[in-house]
Design a protein around this ligand. Structure first.
Ligand SMILES: *[C@@H]1O[C@H](CO)[C@@H](O)[C@H](O)[C@H]1NC(C)=O
Length: 172
C-alpha cells in the first residue's frame, strides 16, 4: 500500500512538472534582447559569447527549449542556435561557451528574465542576468525587476549592457 501511494505521489509530481513545461509553450515566439548584465563584462561586450541578440525561442512539450540568436564576431552577425534540456521546472542545462545553468526568473507575455551561471572552457565562472522583451520598450516594472535581480546576484550596475540601440543583425 505504501509503495502504491508513493507511486501515485511520484506520478503526480511528474505530471506537475510536465504541465509546468506545457504552460511555457505559449511563450514561444519572437523575442528581442533588451539588457544583459554579467559579473565578467568581457562575456557580454562585442565579440563576447553572451553579446546575444535573441530572435526566437521555442518551448517544447518534451522538456527542451530551442533558442535562435545572433552574436557579433569582428563586426559580423553570426547566427547561433542552442537547445536547453530541462533539469527541473524553470531550470535548463545548456551547452554553449562552456556549460550553463539557465534559470527562468520571471516569464510574462511582455518579458522574460533569466539568470545564467556559466562555467567556460577554462573553468572560469560568470553570473549573468538578461531580460528579453516582446516590444521596443520594456515597462518600468520589468526593468526594475531586472535591475533588482542583477544587484541580488552582486553584478555592478556598470556591467549592464543595453542591447536595444545597437541591434543591426538580420530580423531572422
Ligand atoms: C537603452 O537604449 C535605448 C535606445 O537608445 C534608450 O531609449 C534607453 O533609455 C536605454 N536604457 C537605459 C537604461 O539607459
Amino acid at each position: 500500500m505504501k509503495v502504491l501511494l508513493l507511486g501515485v505521489a511520484l506520478g503526480l509530481l511528474y505530471a506537475g512538472q510536465g504541465e509546468a513545461q506545457l504552460l511555457l509553450v505559449p511563450f514561444s515566439g519572437e523575442w528581442k534582447t533588451h539588457y544583459i548584465a554579467a559579473s565578467n563584462k568581457d562575456k557580454i561586450t562585442e565579440d563576447g559569447p553572451f553579446h546575444i541578440y535573441v530572435r526566437h525561442i521555442q518551448f517544447h512539450p518534451d522538456n527542451t527549449v530551442d533558442v535562435d540568436f545572433y552574436i557579433k564576431s569582428n563586426g559580423e552577425c553570426v547566427k547561433k542556435h542552442v537547445t536547453g534540456v530541462k533539469r527541473k521546472t524553470g531550470v535548463y542545462d545548456v551547452e554553449y561557451a562552456g556549460q550553463n545553468e539557465v534559470t527562468l526568473v520571471q516569464v510574462t507575455h511582455e518579458s522574460i528574465i533569466g539568470y545564467i551561471h556559466n562555467v567556460d572552457e577554462e573553468g572560469k565562472e560568470t553570473d549573468l542576468v538578461g531580460i528579453i522583451g516582446k516590444r521596443d520598450k520594456l515597462s518600468d516594472t520589468d526593468y526594475q525587476k531586472f535591475k533588482k535581480e542583477t544587484s541580488d546576484k552582486g553584478i555592478p550596475e556598470e556591467n549592464i549592457v543595453n542591447f536595444t540601440d545597437n541591434d543591426d543583425c538580420p530580423e531572422e
